[in-house]
Structures are given as structure tokens and as C-alpha cells.
Design a protein around this ligand. Structure first.
Ligand code: FES
Ligand SMILES: [Fe+2]
Length: 329
């Protein structure tokens, strides 16, 4: 599987787990066909290794964290946060050679998620976990949602407003107002497509909304499997934003989170999550029904004028050299 990742796929950082899901025990996760183990060192700093012991290939996520070291469940080899083996219990007097090391990945904690980066992934925009200016400071992580489709299918669904009146009737749209207004796709400084201004009438745009109203939208593709939506409700002017983060598990399966940025200080995180759970439960059966699961090239599906952002996203993926989750381009 590893050989199928292109260099461009590995240029990007990817979220692999909610930060809160990683506590005292090691946590096994999946990422682009690779099993990864996450654990926290003595200072609580997250660490990521390939989930395979260099001794006999056992899953390190079956082990335990003890004294700031990760101990393999099979023969008890212990690894420090840099991946070095520091103890071989069967030969207690030995000093393990440098080659006895676990494969180490870089980790960052951002927006409530833990992100993994390959050795060569840049630490700067656009490849690193993004930082945002001007969004509400309260962050609520929603998910994970496991979906049997490719990551780019999920991103494209997030960028698609023409389905609101059908899939999210009564919430994000309704059948009497299905026209997608004209909009302009603009690339940002890194070439990533977005829509700077867009309007939609929504019956119930958030868990706080009690009546329908006009909502101003702004979309921005952030990476191969992430995008941002900023919503501003007319009237009270409330700003809310959703960042979509998709971790590609395999080419045809993925794990999804949203970080909700909200100024709502009244509703609890569970209530805010329940709204997003409901919206995504409406998307999921459609997403899992799409064939092929891998995102086709532009010429292999038919498009309307409302699909300009999706088409721009597909073209950008192709230009960026990304291959994971895509049908042959
Ligand atoms: S397989 Fe991990 S210590 Fe032997
Ligand atoms: Fe949707």
C-alpha cells in the first residue's frame, strides 16, 4: 500500500485522531494504508510511530505506556519518544543498537485533532495544519464519522450546495429554493480554489437557528482532504465556521471530523455536535452510494454550472499531483 502514495500525498499533514481520544494508553489508527500508533510521552506530548514493532512485527498499539516509554506487548522492548529502543528485557544487560528503532512520524496538535506528517512534509502553509484569523474562538470537534468512500468524495460533498434542498431539506435547504446562485471561484495565494461570496436561504442553518434566513457563505479548499466553510447569518450577523477534516484510511474509506468555530456560548458541546451528527447522517448514505468510490477525473462525470467549485477542486488535486483516493487521472 505504501508504494501507492505519491510524493505529493506525503507533502500534506493529515488529522488521524481527536486529541481527546489519546489518553494514557497507546492508540492505533489508520492513515493512507499505514497503521500508526499514537501515544503520549511523560510530558503528555503526542508521539506517532508506525504500528509495527521492529523486532517481530507485532502491533505496538497492543502494548502499554510506562515511565515515558512505549512497551511492546510481545517481548517488552521499550521505545523512547524518538523511536529508539532503550531496553530489551530478554537481554537486560545489553544496550540495543541504534538500528532497533520504531519508525517515527511527526505529530502536531491543532483544532482539537492530532495530525501526522511525513519527514518531508513542510511545516508551513498550505501543507501544515492551518491556522485561522477572525473565526470565533470556541472550537467544538464533531465526529469521528467513518465513511465507506474516498476522502475526496467527502470533500466534494462539503463543497456542494446543490444537494441542500434534497438531502438536508428543512435544515440547510428546501425543495422550493433549489437554485444555486451564480458564484465565482477564486484561487488563493497557494492556488487552492474557494468561493469568497455565496448566499443561501436556509430553513435551519445551525442548532441555534429558530427560523429560516439568508446565510452568507465562504468556502475555501485547505488541502486534499480538508476545507473550510464560514457562514454568516443575516440579521444577527452571527459568524460560524466549519472546518472539514478527512483522514484517508484506505483509497475507499475515510474518517471524518469537523471543527465547529462558534460564538455560541449558550449551547453545550453535545447539543452542537448532535446537530452536526444529524446533518452528516443525511450525507452518509448518499456518499456511500456513489460509484466509483474514488473521485473520478473531471471528464468522467457530468457537471452543471452549479458544480464549478467541485470541478475546480478536481483540477487543483490533479495539478497538485495528489493521487490518494482518486480514480486514474
Ligand atoms: S515483537 Fe515487539 S518486542 Fe518482540
Ligand atoms: Fe450535505
Amino acid at each position: 500500500m505504501t508504494a501507492e502514495r505519491s510524493g505529493a500525498d506525503l507533502d500534506w499533514w493529515y488529522p488521524v485522531a481527536a486529541a481527546q481520544a489519546l489518553r494514557d494508553a497507546p492508540l492505533g489508527v489508520e492513515w493512507m494504508g499505514e497503521a500508526i500508533v499514537l501515544w503520549r510521552d511523560a510530558g503528555g506530548v503526542p508521539v506517532a510511530f508506525t504500528d509495527r514493532c521492529p523486532h517481530r512485527g507485532a502491533r505496538l498499539s497492543l502494548g502499554r505506556v510506562h515511565g515515558g516509554l512505549l512497551e511492546c506487548a510481545y517481548h517488552g522492548w521499550r521505545f523512547d519518544p524518538a523511536g529508539r529502543c532503550v531496553a530489551v528485557p530478554a537481554v537486560p544487560a545489553s544496550t540495543p543498537p541504534a538500528g532497533h528503532c520504531a519508525e517515527h512520524w511527526r505529530v502536531q496538535d491543532a483544532h482539537g485533532l492530532l495530525w501526522v506528517g511525513a519527514a518531508g512534509a513542510p511545516d508551513t502553509a498550505p501543507h501544515a495544519p492551518p491556522s485561522f484569523v477572525g473565526l470565533p474562538s470556541r472550537e467544538v470537534v464533531c465526529g469521528p464519522y467513518d465513511v465507506a468512500t474516498s476522502a475526496p468524495r467527502v470533500v466534494e460533498n462539503f463543497l456542494d450546495t446543490a444537494h441542500f434542498g434534497f438531502v438536508h431539506e428543512g435544515f440547510l435547504g428546501e425543495r422550493s429554493q433549489t437554485a444555486v446562485p451564480d458564484y465565482t471561484v477564486q484561487a488563493d495565494a497557494s492556488g487552492r480554489p474557494g468561493v469568497p461570496a455565496y448566499r443561501a436561504w436556509q430553513p435551519r442553518s445551525s442548532s441555534a437557528a429558530v427560523a429560516g434566513g439568508w446565510v452568507d457563505y465562504r468556502y475555501q479548499v485547505l488541502g486534499p482532504s480538508s476545507a473550510l466553510l464560514v457562514k454568516q447569518a443575516e440579521g444577527d450577523g452571527t459568524t460560524e465556521a466549519y472546518a472539514l477534516w478527512v483522514c484517508p484510511l484506505s483509497h475507499e474509506s475515510c474518517r471524518v471530523w469537523f471543527t465547529l468555530f462558534t460564538s455560541d456560548t449558550v449551547r453545550g458541546a453535545d447539543e452542537l455536535r448532535a446537530f452536526q451528527d444529524l446533518i452528516f447522517s443525511q450525507d452518509r448514505p448518499i456518499l456511500e452510494s456513489q460509484r466509483p468510490r474514488r473521485l473520478p477525473s473531471v471528464q468522467d462525470e457530468r457537471h452543471g454550472a452549479a458544480d464549478r467549485l467541485s470541478v475546480a477542486y478536481r483540477r487543483w488535486l490533479q495539478a497538485a499531483g495528489v493521487t490518494w483516493g482518486l480514480a486514474e487521472f
